[in-house]
Design a protein around this ligand. Structure first.
Ligand code: SAH
Ligand code: SF4
Ligand code: F3S
Length: 448
């Protein structure tokens, strides 16, 4: 039987969630999911186009896969995800590298396209949809602690550097009911954490329900279950949303709020639609309303025309906000975007130098923030044994920091503990005394 499917996932968490959808769809059609590429009749790469190096990685990987195809010529090799939208012609016609190219809104028809590829034709499905949300598809998930749930698809923001609106199409949301039902199933299966995903979750809309309503409804399903969400756009973060986070103990006090640059001039060129003043006001408001809230961000260095002064403004915002974490990138021009037409005039060495300064500063800030936690008690969800040793276990705080603590046979994955922090690096907290906690009560009750 030609029915073993192997899938590799690149890019953001939306792709992780999409791969689970794809596996769900294929399993329903009788395909078998294999974790071993050697057994595969169909090899799928779920790809990312966000930066040049993401695409280069896939081209490199396709080079390796050619060897598999030489040994087993009947193997179907397919590209899913964002590169499918951007590079279908290049991949199928010019470089003749793959048999199958299917974009993010055509996964329902994947079995059909696979049949086409087995019949020796090229399977191509790259139409974007205004309505597809895969609401009714049950994703294939291994049992675990933590699950990703896409609550909306696409993006209408059109930041000038970004390919996502082109590869993922227009914004559309799932129904609140279908998300809540999915969380109920996950809760029954023993999952303890869900992350609600969207390129821009604040734009979520289902009739009269907005994202704050969805968060509140998700939090009510199971008080033992942590609710996380990403990504929030600074323009749309509402007071109602901030209050929803504050009101529900199991909604994590952690907001990923990409700033991209500290310079209003650059933000305008990026079409980010907020100023630093507005951005800092949101942070201030959230800090007043949500006890102990922490922030992470995305930053791009070397956007066209970025001067040394603009760069210093980025460092300055980082100092002011003191992010718990940051994803930091060099600007990479993407064909089809507005910024692609701008002169990519910051030399690569300057981009690298600025990026390194940004990374160094973030390390320093993360280190300081973590040092401040020494002596405090943190509510930690136990994830299991630490990667390095069975003498230690690992878990995460509400603010998504990793905590390492001595293993205890009374503890298992999915338990909550109260951990006293004794040591910290920029990336990890270490605890010694740990006390099991029955339930996620109010944080004030637990952390005395
Ligand atoms: N929807 C999310 C994430 C988009 S992609 C958001 O709006 O924040 C994740 C991050 O990649 C972006 O936040 C941005 O910092 C970075 N990114 C996107 N396009 C890029 C490009 N052309 N060059 C460098 N970094 C980019
Ligand atoms: Fe890209 Fe901007 Fe949309 Fe994020 S909000 S996905 S950066 S266009
Ligand atoms: Fe990459 Fe597409 Fe996600 S471009 S970051 S996989 S939405």
């Amino acid at each position: 039987m030609d029915n073993n499917i192997y899938i590799e996932t690149y890019g953001c968490q939306m792709n992780v969630a999409d791969s689970e959808l794809v596996m769900g769809i294929l399993q329903n059609k009788g395909y078998n999911i294999t974790g071993n590429i050697k057994d595969a009749d169909v090899i799928l790469l779920n790809t990312c186009s966000v930066r040049e190096n993401a695409e280069q990685r896939i081209y490199g990987r396709l080079g390796n896969l050619k060897k598999i195809k030489e040994i087993k010529p009947a193997t179907v090799i397919g590209i899913l995800g964002c590169m499918a939208e951007r590079l279908r012609k290049d991949l199928i016609e010019d470089k003749k590298m793959v048999d199958l190219v299917v974009g993010p809104d055509e996964y329902r028809r994947l079995p059909e396209f696979i049949d086409t590829a087995f019949a020796g034709e090229k399977g191509i499905g790259v139409k974007l949809s205004r309505t597809e949300t895969y609401d009714d598809i049950i994703p294939f998930r291994e049992d675990g602690l933590s699950a990703w749930i896409s609550v909306m698809r696409g993006c209408d923001k059109f930041c000038t550097f970004c390919v996502v609106p082109f590869t993922r199409g227009r914004e559309r949301s799932r129904t609140l009911e279908s998300v809540v039902d999915e969380i109920k199933i996950l809760s029954q299966k023993g999952f303890r954490e869900v992350t609600l995903l969207g390129q821009n979750v604040n734009s979520y809309k289902d009739g009269n329900n907005d994202f704050a309503d969805l968060l509140a409804a998700s939090a009510k399903v199971d008080g033992h279950m942590r609710i996380r969400f990403t990504t929030s756009h600074p323009q749309d973060i509402s007071d109602k949303l901030i209050c929803a986070i504050a009101e529900h103990n199991n909604i994590c006090n952690y907001i990923h709020l990409p700033v991209q640059s500290g310079s209003d001039r650059i933000l305008k060129l990026m079409n980010r639609t907020y100023t630093i003043d507005h951005y800092l006001k949101i942070i201030e408001k959230a800090r007043t309303i949500i006890n102990g809230v922490s922030f992470s961000t995305d930053i791009i260095s070397g956007f066209p025309t970025e001067t040394f002064e603009d760069h210093v403004m980025t460092l300055d915002v980082m100092q002011q906000v003191k992010y718990d974490g940051a994803y930091m990138f060099k600007y990479s021009p993407r064909e089809g975007t507005k910024a692609f037409k701008m002169d990519d005039d910051v030399p690569d060495e300057t981009k690298t130098k600025r990026l390194n300064e940004i990374i160094d500063l973030q390390h320093q800030i993360s280190f300081e923030l973590n040092q401040n936690l020494i002596g405090t008690k943190e509510l930690v969800l136990v994830e299991g044994f630490s990667r390095k040793s069975d003498d230690f276990m690992a878990g995460r705080t509400d603010t998504n920091k990793v905590v390492i603590f001595p293993a205890d046979e009374k503890l298992k994955r999915g338990d909550y503990i109260n951990a006293e922090i004794i040591r910290a690096t920029s990336a990890t907290l270490f605890a010694d005394t740990v006390e099991p906690v029955d339930a996620v009560k109010t944080k004030e009750e637990i952390i005395i």
